[in-house]
Design a protein around this ligand. Structure first.
Ligand code: CTP
Length: 400
């Protein structure tokens, strides 16, 4: 694990602890600037290993081989990665122990940048990040939030748990079973927005968190994952392919083109059921009238359409309902749309709301099975949904 200079350097101690709790051995290399923020003694004490800080040993250390730290390592993580270190890595410079290790290392590399918003948004940084991605480096994108300098914007180091999840995804999956290996999973996420005019839209509430959790769970169980996303404002996750589909029509096109190559489809997106018949050019002038009537038309039901086209795919739909009759409506939806599983959640229940980290779901199907789960994090819900779908996925994969 490489640690570079920045306020976020203290968070690497958490990253180190989580990695160790998960059974990974970690050796730390720090830049000199990082040492101004956190002492190497802290990393040495936690890792139980010597911390590398210098390219050269003391005069009395003739056998000092600065790249020995790379030996036997499965992965290199740089967290936090400063703008300066990122630029050196992109250039192939080797002026510090950390960048020399990077240049000499032949395994996978994960980089979690953290810096001031201006630096992150600078075209030079964007170029360097693009160069590293092109070199095969896995990025854990920084989050948007309050930064050390008091500004609010992108640049804050991703949460330590997200960094560890990315590391483990690259290492080959956190799931001991790897039970979705070779399975291609298509997930729609977010909420579509249907334009009324050049600036206004009608849309559905959805943060995309449930879809993101499903994608990460599928990836960690070994699946190849494609996410068709509508207006999701969450950091993209490593090891997942994304396609943008902001409207119901774009989502229909993207899903139809990805569907033939998938084994499992999960329609988690809140697709608008109606859209304005035609979007007005420019901006409607509110001074023109006290009321506005927008003629709406039905959108295509993507899930039902794909169910009719299905080959051997396992189909999973969601039913976000409001209030007690919702469960019956969800059961009926499963039959009407001819899908294998419908995941019901009642947005009226505390903790099952659209934007939160948790969900309260009932998994209806496959067959006659029905499982009501207590409130739990969306990632845990995602795991239970895949557990429920697994027998079907394997049965279809065998027969295909
Ligand atoms: N869905 C879809 N295409 C649409 C609308 C919904 O594929 N145009 C999918 C959703 O992604 C979800 C499932 O269908 O997986 C159920 O969505 P929901 O909005 O709950 O149900 P509707 O089909 O819209 O039915 P209702 O009128 O009862 O709300």
């Amino acid at each position: 694990m490489g640690v570079t200079g920045g306020i976020a350097a203290y968070k690497s101690l958490d990253v180190l602890r989580i990695l160790q709790r998960h059974g990974h051995g970690v050796s730390v290399v720090m830049t000199h600037t990082a040492e101004r923020f956190v002492g190497s003694a802290s990393f040495a004490a936690l890792s139980g290993r010597e911390v590398g800080t210098h390219l050269f040993g003391d005069a009395g250390q003739p056998g000092y081989h600065h790249l020995d730290v790379n030996d036997g390592m499965d992965l290199m993580l740089v967290a936090p990665a400063s703008a300066n270190t990122i630029s050196q890595m992109a250039m192939g410079a080797s002026s510090s122990l950390l960048t020399s290790c990077y240049l000499a290392f032949r395994g996978p590399v994960v980089v979690a940048p953290a810096m001031n918003t201006g630096m992150w948004l600078h075209p030079a940084t964007a170029r360097n990040i693009a160069a590293l991605r092109a070199d095969g480096v896995h990025m854990v994108d920084p989050e948007t939030g309050l930064l050390a300098d008091g500004a609010v914007g992108p640049g804050r180091l991703a949460e330590p748990s997200a960094i560890v999840a990315a590391v483990e995804a690259v290492l080959g999956g956190t799931s001991p079973a790897n039970d979705l290996a070779g399975v291609r999973v298509l997930i729609s996420a977010g909420g579509t927005r249907e334009p009324i005019d050049a600036v206004r839209y009608v849309g559905n509430r959805s943060s995309g968190r449930m879809g993101w959790a499903l994608a990460a769970a599928a990836r960690d169980r070994g699946a190849e994952v494609v996410v068709v996303q509508a207006n999701v404002d969450l950091p993209r996750q490593v090891g997942i392919r994304y396609t943008d589909a902001p409207t119901a029509a774009a989502m229909r096109d993207a899903c139809r083109s990805e569907f033939p190559a998938c084994d499992v489809l999960i329609m988690c997106a809140a697709v608008a059921d109606f859209r304005p018949v035609s979007a007005t050019d420019g901006k409607i002038d509110k001074a023109a009238s006290d009321t506005l009537t927008v003629a709406m038309e039905r959108t295509s039901d993507i899930l039902a359409e794909l169910a009719a086209l299905r080959d051997e795919q396992v189909l999973i739909g969601f039913a976000a309902e409001h209030g007690p009759p919702g469960l019956d409506r969800a059961r009926a939806k499963r039959t009407r749309k001819a899908v294998d599983i419908v995941v019901h959640n009642d947005a009226a229940v505390d903790g099952a709301a659209f934007e939160g980290p948790d969900n309260v779901v009932t998994i209806i199907g496959p067959g006659d099975s029905e499982t009501s789960l207590p409130r739990m994090p969306k990632r845990a819900c995602a795991e239970r949904i895949f557990d429920a779908a697994l027998p079907l996925v394997h049965a279809r994969a065998v027969s295909a």
